[in-house]
Write a protein that binds this ligand. Structure first.
Ligand code: ATP
Ligand code: MG
Length: 402
């Protein structure tokens, strides 16, 4: 099969393929970008595979960076863009189900395609737009089917992350998982315990924010894979509830919202600890925890100015979207109005500061000063006090006289 019109991302990278070919080697576009081009989906990274060894690739281009030379990847900088060029390789013996114990460079494209996870990810495209399809990838693309390359059992045993990737691709592409592939995912799910949590997180995170996230979670439930992921053991009911409780068309606005929704459905008491087990960043833990707290507040009562001040307009909107998707009454305009009506958005916006209190009132640095500043801050936020130095002085005087 020939791709009639090459997407502009490929057009732009064609000179790279040509240069490698002129030097006497083979070069192809491979992986997700070829799949997405054929599905007429937007393309992100254009990956290039070549028969030239890394040291050879480096002599072809004037500007290169060794980004992962031990895996055969060289970054080439050309015409203001950069491209990852990876030598055809096979991955031998996986000892810990995580990473190949040895990567061998080879000169054969077919060998390289053979080690890829799913047939739709094992397509290559040459500089003439010709698709190289060694493993029924085109047929599977057409039939919207995820099928492991070669023996599914072996492929998941080699690298169990492929099981997570399978759920993720089902969710992002809206593909069905072929039977033998599905059976192997199911029988090898227990290996998910062995793979690094960081890698699982990336795939699960992509799954949750994908358009067909319900499909991904359902496949995960059907395979019992959740049993082997942090914090999800025995959580089938809660996971099912999550897929069923939100309106059909609903997709998550961002990953914070998605993980907060997961926390809410699992009724996680300590989201920070849960997310720590997934080895997420402090910022991520903080944001999701705030969302869960704000959601609980909103389930009790309408938002107040102080909520918007403390948690921000953006989180409030994310909470309201979650409520809306569950059929609760919502008031999006109120969030904007409350935000607009806030006299300050940050404590640095307060018309006075600590040293002013020290100079004017002879206060000393310490808890009492912090306490007074907090009082001023909430009075301004709640609209009981104007953010004006004179008014604030009067307020402080009254407070000190109490
Ligand atoms: P995305 O659109 O999310 O980037 P992708 O298919 O490009 O999806 P990547 O993770 O970027 O996925 O990997 C690029 C390619 O490398 C895949 O298409 C696949 O051929 C191969 N690949 C990646 N991870 C694995 C893996 N764990 N096992 C086998 N092949 C893999
Ligand atoms: Mg990719």
């Amino acid at each position: 099969m020939k791709l009639m019109t090459m997407p502009s991302e490929f057009q732009k990278a064609l000179p790279i393929l040509k240069k490698i070919k002129e030097a006497g080697y083979e070069a192809y576009f491979v992986g997700g970008s070829v799949r997405d081009a054929l599905l007429e989906r937007p393309i992100h990274d254009v990956d290039i595979a070549t028969s030239s060894y890394p040291e050879e690739t480096k002599t072809i281009f004037s500007r290169t960076v060794d980004v992962g030379i031990e895996h055969g990847t060289v970054l080439v900088l050309e015409n203001g863009d950069d491209y990852e060029i990876t030598t055809f390789r096979t991955e031998d013996v996986y000892v810990d189900y995580r990473r190949p114990s040895q990567v061998s460079f080879v000169r054969s494209l077919e060998e390289d395609l053979k080690r890829r996870d799913f047939t739709v990810n094992a397509l290559a495209l040459d500089d003439n737009g010709q698709v190289i399809d060694k493993f029924t990838g085109l047929k599977d693309l057409e039939q919207k089917r995820l099928r492991a390359v070669g023996s599914a059992q072996e492929r998941f045993e080699e690298d169990a992350l492929r099981i997570m990737r399978g759920f993720r691709f089902a969710a992002s592409l809206d593909f069905e998982i072929e039977e033998a592939t599905f059976d192997a995912m199911k029988s090898h799910s227990f290996l998910l315990e062995k793979i690094s949590v960081e890698r699982s997180f990336i795939e699960f995170d992509k799954l949750l924010t994908a358009p067909h996230w319900r499909k991904g979670i359902s496949a995960m439930i059907a395979c019992q894979a959740y049993q082997y992921l942090p914090g999800l053991k025995n959580q089938e009911v809660a996971l099912k509830q999550m897929t069923g409780s939100l309106s059909n068309a609903f997709t998550f606005t961002d990953n914070h919202q998605a993980w907060a929704c997961l926390m809410i459905n699992l009724e996680v008491g300590n989201p920070k600890q849960f997310l720590k087990a997934w080895k997420t960043s402090n910022d991520f833990q903080h944001c999701v925890t705030n969302l869960v707290t704000l959601y609980a507040i909103r389930q009790e009562r309408p938002f107040q100015k102080s909520d918007i001040y403390r948690y921000g307009e953006k989180l409030a909107v994310l909470v309201e979207e979650l409520r809306q998707a569950q059929g609760f009454e919502v008031d999006m305009t109120r969030i904007g109005q409350l935000n607009q009506a806030l006299a300050i958005h940050d404590k640095h916006d307060i018309a006075i500061n600590g040293s002013h209190l020290i100079q004017t009132f002879g206060m000393t640095p310490g808890p009492q000063l912090g306490h007074m500043l907090a009082k001023i801050e909430s009075a301004i936020v709640e609209g009981r006090l104007d953010n004006d130095p004179v008014m604030i002085n009067t307020f402080v005087r009254e407070e000190l006289a109490k």
